[in-house]
Design a protein around this ligand. Structure first.
Ligand code: ZN
Length: 92
């Protein structure tokens, strides 16, 4: 079944996202984002969260646990979505 390979890409991309961000890569240039509006929206939400984390802990880089929380939030919000934009609205 390869009728919707983009979903596999999304799952893989999102599972790698904390590592990509954590390693300091420019995730916004990731090839997957060039073709996936859903993950672009997700990343925008993550950046909002990361910015909030920086304000909560001024002068401190977001610790690993922050990304683990984000990753678990992604897993929760990913459940039952059919590729609708705004899937991460639970995070707010
Ligand atoms: Zn995607």
């Amino acid at each position: 079944m390869t009728n919707d390979p983009s979903k596999v890409d999304c799952a893989e991309f999102q599972s790698n996202l904390p590592d990509l961000i954590g390693s300091g890569q420019d995730v916004r240039n990731h090839p997957h984002l060039q073709s996936c509006e859903l993950c672009r929206a997700l990343l925008a939400d993550l950046e909002t969260i990361a910015e909030a984390a920086r304000q909560l802990f001024p002068g401190v880089e977001p610790p690993e646990e922050v990304w683990e929380h984000i990753e678990s939030a992604i897993r929760k919000s990913d459940r039952g979505t059919g590729g609708e934009p705004g899937m991460a609205s639970h995070l707010q």
